[in-house]
Write a protein that binds this ligand. Structure first.
Ligand code: ADP
Ligand code: MG
Length: 421
């Protein structure tokens, strides 16, 4: 246990995992005040800035072995003055009108999520109902990797992952590459959902992909949402293309702020570790359910969307481009050729190992997200797909094929291209 005395106006950089208790005084973390006796924690691979609002004393339990640490108190602000001013501008606008959309853009590790945490707390304090859409399909804080999530901020947060998930939209992979239209549709769907829920403010967090083709995605999200505010988090004017868009035709108000002076950046390996632990949580308490594949709406893949038919001994699923043939074992070359001749099309054989651990998402009849799932097997005779999921079977109306394989304990075991099943 560590005890730290802080003079008024000094800052501490806190890297998790750690737990803090305010013994005396008052401190502010991401714009929320914690008074004497209150506690908060910061988890592994995350950090937060702390400001002593007056002379204060803290009790800290820092798990150093897992990478937690605390810096010496510093006088230079860890929340830039511009973050405070931009938030005040947004709060002032949000208290006087019915709905406000804020779009946050920045490169990787500039503190986008940190800024949103700060802004969300300030808006919550002002009594607004705040919803956040997290578009980062790789490092998802609200729903699960491969999805974009909608969350409601119901209490103060020290990290965005503490918000309560309201809905999600499945994208199918942990990168937006090749599936931009899903992200653009998904963000529009989730902002509609937030409006239905009565959101006063919708804040949109984005991926750090701001260069090259990443611009395309940013521009289409912006045109789709037409936000009231665009917050640009920049190191050195790398987001000029957004200003260029808004010079004349797109009338959002731009608020420029600098990147976080200090944050806990994550390595590729750490990002993967975070993803795996969230995937694992998606399957905690999951059950095995059986779905009639050809009675569901099918998205993002062929399987389940063609005509089932029997050819001799075998069950096939016919598509204009090819025919799936279901078999327990791989077919011999002769048998494949015979089938191709009989059917006049290319044959693709689906053995049980092809489908095992295939990631899917299940939705209800309104496309509301019910849960991720991993495929265990498909019985073509009975048209029964067995899936491990937390989704309630009776509500499942649609299945979306993902483009990766994940084991129920969260391991990413294969990456596939869109429409490969
Ligand atoms: N100003 C800040 N001071 C301390 N920690 C911060 C600050 N801004 C962000 N962080 C933390 O650093 C980590 C990475 O920053 P994040 O905001 O997620 O970056 P980005 O969203 O741009 O990738 C997160 O745990 C976040 O809470
Ligand atoms: Mg982020």
């Amino acid at each position: 246990m560590l005890r730290i005395r802080l003079s008024e106006g000094s800052w501490l950089f806190l890297a998790g995992p750690l737990r803090a208790r305010v013994v005396r005084g008052c401190v502010e973390v991401f714009g929320w005040e914690f008074h004497e006796g209150s506690c908060f924690s910061i988890s592994r691979l995350r950090s937060a800035p702390l400001l002593a609002k007056r002379e204060s004393e803290l009790e800290l339990e820092v798990l150093g072995r897992e990478g937690g640490y605390v810096t010496e108190p510093v006088d230079t602000p860890l929340i830039p003055e511009e973050w405070r001013r931009a938030s005040e501008r947004i709060v002032a606008e949000a208290v006087s009108r019915r709905s406000t959309t804020v779009f946050v853009v920045g490169d990787v590790d500039t503190g986008k999520t940190g800024f949103i945490t700060y802004l969300a707390n300030r808006l919550l304090f002002a009594g607004r109902s705040v919803y956040v859409i997290d578009c980062d399909v790789g490092q998802q804080d609200i729903s699960y990797p491969t999805c974009i999530g909608l969350g409601k901020v119901t209490r103060p947060i020290v990290h965005l992952s503490e918000v309560e998930m309201v809905d999600a939209f499945f994208i199918g992979r942990t990168s937006p590459a090749g599936v931009f239209e899903r992200i653009v549709y998904g963000v529009s769907y989730l902002s509609r959902r937030a409006a239905e829920e009565g959101a006063d403010v919708i804040i949109v967090d984005t991926t750090g992909w701001v260069r090259e083709l990443g611009r395309e995605l940013k521009v289409f999200k912006l045109l789709t949402l037409s936000p009231d505010f665009i917050v640009l988090i920049e190191r050195e004017k790398e987001l000029e293309f957004v200003r260029a868009l808004t010079r004349r035709v797109q009338k959002s108000e731009i608020l420029s702020v600098p990147a976080s002076p200090m944050l806990r950046a994550r390595t590729r390996e750490e990002r993967r570790e975070i993803r795996e632990s969230i995937f694992r949580s998606a399957f905690e308490g999951a059950r095995t359910i059986t779905l009639k594949l050809h009675e569901l709406s099918i998205l993002y893949g062929y399987l389940g969307s063609g005509l089932l038919k029997r050819v001799g001994e075998r069950i096939c699923e016919e598509h204009p481009e090819f025919v799936y043939v279901f078999s327990e074992k791989p077919l011999s070359q002769q048998e494949t050729q015979a089938l191709e001749t009989a059917l006049g099309k290319k044959v693709k054989v689906i053995t049980p190992d092809v489908l095992e651990n295939w990631l899917v998402a299940l939705v209800d009849e309104n496309m509301h997200f019910l849960g991720l799932g991993v495929v265990l097997r498909y019985d073509a005779e009975k048209d029964e797909l067995t899936v491990l999921t937390r989704a309630p079977a009776e509500k499942v109306a649609g299945l979306m094929w993902g483009h990766m394989k994940v084991t129920p304990d969260g391991k990413e075991v294969a990456w596939l291209s869109p429409w490969s099943i």
